[in-house]
Ligand binder design. Sequence first.
Ligand SMILES: NC(=O)c1ccc[n+]([C@@H]2O[C@H](COP(=O)([O-])OP(=O)(O)OC[C@H]3O[C@@H](n4cnc5c(N)ncnc54)[C@H](O)[C@@H]3O)[C@@H](O)[C@H]2O)c1
Length: 516
Amino acid sequence: MDISAQRATRLGQGAALRVLADLIFVNSALIVAFALHFFYLITTRIEADSSSLFWRHAQGLVSCVWILDLTCLVLLSVSGFYSVGGHLRGRYKTLVGIQAVSIAYLLFGLASYALTDFPKIPAAVWICAWGLTAILMVLDRLWARLWGNAVHQSSAHRRVRPEDGRGRVLVIGGAGYIGSALLPKLLEKGYSVRLFDMLLYGTEPVEGILSHPGLELVQADFRHIDRVVEAMRDVDVVIHLGAIVGDPACALDEELTIEVNLMATRMIAEVAKGYGVQRFIFASTCSVYGASDELLDEGSALNPVSLYARSKIASEKVLMSLADPYFAPACLRFGTIFGLSGRTRFDLVVNLLAAKAVLDGEITVFGSDQWRPFLHVDDAAHSVLLTLEAPLAVTRNQVFNVGFDEQNYTLGQVAQLIQAQVPRARIVNHGHDSDRRNYRVDFRKIRSVLGFVPSFTLAQGIAQVVQAIQRGEVTDYRDSKYSNVKVLSEEGASRLVLGQNGWAYELIREAAPTPA
Ligand SMILES: NC(=O)c1ccc[n+]([C@@H]2O[C@H](COP(=O)([O-])OP(=O)(O)OC[C@H]3O[C@@H](n4cnc5c(N)ncnc54)[C@H](O)[C@@H]3O)[C@@H](O)[C@H]2O)c1
């Protein structure tokens, strides 16, 4: 049975149980009201013959109970109380239920007095039964709430610290630049890691850990809900790094970018929420600040200048709108990353300029007065780990800029830092850049709340890249495997397009007539 059919069956069963519960409330209220009335008449000696009184009450009960049951059920369902998918919620739903039941009792009372052939029961009995039914409905609501909280808390508790180790972390898009730095750290700490990635940039970034017993690989497109649902099983935390990353890569195909970066994020979060996964860590970017001359903190106005940044703003918004006591997203706005990892990218300014300096003897700078905050890839991975291990109350629904105040540099300063390590390279200034990004970011929040202190300075990261190139570990920084936009404009984008709709193309191919 598919997921929507299962959901419809579950909702149908829920409505049937609700009907049963309401019948029990009305009938119990009537029985108790008749019993109270009976004992009142006997103890106050208004009636002496208890046996005849008992039988009269029993007859009264039998004659009226089915009418009240039926009227209550009809009015409750007309009010939408049992509608599958339930648009009525919480306190409002209880009020609507009490209103429907009250109308049913009033109609019964009126009919009982106005119609001669209608069953007669003492006014005290139906008024008492009316009150009791309302009380039972309120108690039922309170119980459902307390029970729901208890179940959620116990499952949330189980999820944060399962007995069999440090918990299972689903890392979506974990075979990329940041993911390949993060995964070894998670495994070292004893987490079970489920890596969900379609390996757009190959297996090379995670080659060294593929045989680790704590790692499971799900090679799939994260827009496929069935694969996401399957991968979410027994997961304690979700870290969502997967995206089309970077302004040029996102500009290749706007529709695809929105699907991958935004729509899939929403679907993944909803699945996580459905599974009761509370901790959801989302990779956002400081690019959301776009172009600004201010020092920008998490509350500053956003001024995105690309679809990439807009897709991240929209994703943050979607995640925060899904937040509730059982779903606690945290968004990490990383600065511009530099340094080496399992998948070093050379489409990012520091790595690219360092490589050009060593291999071409030139450091070409566009827009040398534009500010950017820089962050080493290992520190980015460390910030994810800190977020994962911080008390949930501290990260719940929070946005953190990830970086270091002292690592805001202009692109001109970056060029000088590189030249200091590769003195023979000359700086070539090309004036203004088409990339209008310019932002200086305040990182006090992550430092004070999570105690985040990066371990690499920009100069250390440049040294790391320069030495790797000098050792011959990277010979051609222009190779498309180092650049998101190059991979995606070659075969990556078509893999993504086919990845989503491949089944349809396959069926169409199969349906083509076979040549006679
Ligand atoms: N690198 C940076 O400078 C930087 C800066 C700020 C924010 N970020 C954010 O950090 C996250 C990781 O960045 P990165 O540099 O590691 O990116 P990356 O491009 O190196 O890795 C992205 C990963 O996502 C996977 N992926 C993409 N679409 C997929 C799909 N539909 N199904 C399955 N897998 C898919 C790719 O295979 C890849 O392994 C991204 O969300 C990015 O926006 C990165």
